[in-house]
Design a protein around this ligand. Structure first.
Ligand code: AMO
Length: 445
């Protein structure tokens, strides 16, 4: 019997034009599709704003040339539009889009409970998040996540240029990597398992395979407090590199990665940057200061007593950023040599002072956005440290294989994508840069 098959080829040529290329089609009749964002009725014509995949474009409806009745259009209807592009010197764009005909593909059955087609979605954070599937359609809301996509795109391009290999590590794991109580337990077919707090062990394992690896993926933290900077699920941008000379190699790589992302935004995301009125920070170099020196500096400049010698209070991160901005003009600051007591068991200690680690945080506009450092690569050293910390070594048997069977000097970092985005966009809550936030009070939408 003859088999009847059809061959599916790649996508057909798009017959709809891109908004960015309209200027090249003046005088032509073209096809466009999108959602009706807003209808502004004037006395004898109407402006119809069409939300296409990236831009909201203004169309003109007039009975003089349209072959359909304006009443067939509802806000949030999805339409296929036939339009004429007319040269118009009075308009900023140099053209005008006249609606000729439409095919209505679908219509909403109810009016949106939140007004989404004004400049801003004027509502509470709760509402903004409760109605996320539709509030994200707002021009400015969606620009946030387009920029976030641009940041990731910039990171990936940079990593590829630097010969990294992308990895995908498991998110269901048998042991926590970061210590602390903020780990989600899972009943895994009757056995104990956890949601990964970070890809830490796996990225280290993969350094033994590919030398330079990165991953951009969700991680989970059971944060029990409700703050403007904590999420229970966030996107961690992780990299790990082998054959480093010192932990500063990691910081240098981070400067390169951030600079590349900002350049990517500047080159390819001006539409969104202008919409959100964002001026990107200058990132040629980042100042660096040791943890204890930073503590003393804050204490001296603001006449504050130091309460915690092992970590920063959130307020101190803000104050340090203020000082650095004033003194150096930088929005970023590296803080190095964090106390061993506050760093995870895999952190390498400074050979000249074991009370501090060869690690760092990066603060951006008053908030920690990344943590990194050099890792212990010697088996003996790692085991000794775990014993000192009273850890159950058996639980980490597979992780310790890398140390046992040989690893180069290595290190890496993790950066919170939402934190970086929200600070870049001058927001005061990390949730605003999270598509569908998970926090102590929220698992929907
Ligand atoms: P750390 O636990 O410091 O380090 O996390 C790295 C970065 O992740 C972000 N982050 C968070 N963002 C939102 N909500 C949270 N609850 C949250 N917790 C952390 C921060 C932070 O700087 N394995 C190490 C990294 C490494 O050394 O490679 C780690 O995960 O921006």
């Amino acid at each position: 019997m003859e088999i009847k098959v059809e061959f599916i080829k790649g996508p057909t040529k798009n017959t709809n034009i891109e908004v960015g290329s309209i200027i090249n089609h003046i005088g032509e009749r073209v096809g466009l599709h999108g959602s009706v964002y807003k209808i502004r009725r004037m006395s004898d014509f109407a402006f119809v704003l069409l939300r296409t995949k990236r831009e909201v474009v203004q169309c003109i409806y007039s009975k003089d040339y349209a072959e359909f009745d304006l009443e067939v259009l509802k806000e949030e209807s999805c339409i296929k539009l036939t339009a004429d592009i007319i040269k118009e010197d009075r308009s900023k764009s140099g053209w005008e889009l006249r609606m000729i005909d439409v095919e209505v593909l679908s219509e909403p059955i109810a009016e949106s409970p939140i007004v989404i087609n004004n400049k801003l979605v004027d509502t509470s954070l709760e509402n903004l998040l409760d109605y996320r599937p539709i509030t994200l359609r707002n021009e400015k809301e969606r620009a946030i996540f387009k920029l976030q996509a641009g940041i990731c795109h910039g990171f990936c391009k940079y990593f590829l240029e630097q010969s990294f290999t992308e990895i995908h590590s498991p998110k269901i794991v048998s042991a926590g990597a970061e210590g602390g109580a903020n780990i989600f337990h899972l009943n895994y077919f009757g056995k104990d398992a956890f949601l990964a707090q970070s890809p830490q062990f796996y990225k280290q394992m993969m350094v033994g395979v590919y030398e330079r690896v990165y991953e951009i993926a969700p991680v989970f933290r059971a944060e029990k407090h409700d703050t403007s900077r904590h999420l229970n699920e966030y996107i961690s941008v992780d990299f790990e590199i082998g054959y480093i000379e010192s932990f500063e190699d990691i910081m240098m790589m981070e400067v390169g990665m951030l600079r590349y992302a900002l350049e990517e935004l500047q080159a390819n995301y001006t539409h969104e940057l202008e919409l959100l009125k964002i001026t990107l920070p200058n990132l040629e170099k980042i100042p660096s200061i040791k943890f204890m020196e930073a503590k003393d500096l804050i204490s001296e400049k603001y006449n504050r007593s130091i309460k915690d010698y092992e970590d920063f209070e959130p307020e101190e991160e803000k104050l340090l950023s203020e000082i650095i901005k004033k003194e150096t003009g930088s929005d970023f600051v590296f803080v190095t040599h964090y106390p061993t007591a506050k760093r995870p068991f895999y952190a390498m200690e400074d050979p000249s002072n074991p009370h501090v680690t060869l690690s760092f945080d990066l603060l951006f506009r008053g908030l920690e956005i990344s943590t990194g450092g050099q890792r212990i690569h010697s088996y003996k050293e790692q085991i000794q440290k775990m014993k000192r910390l009273n850890m159950n070594i058996e639980l980490f048997e597979t992780y310790l294989m890398i140390h046992k069977y040989g690893m180069p000097p290595h290190g890496g970092l993790g950066l919170g994508l939402e934190r970086f985005t929200s600070k870049l966009l001058n927001q005061d809550n990390v949730r605003l840069s999270t598509l569908f936030p998970r926090d102590i009070n929220r698992v929907t939408p």
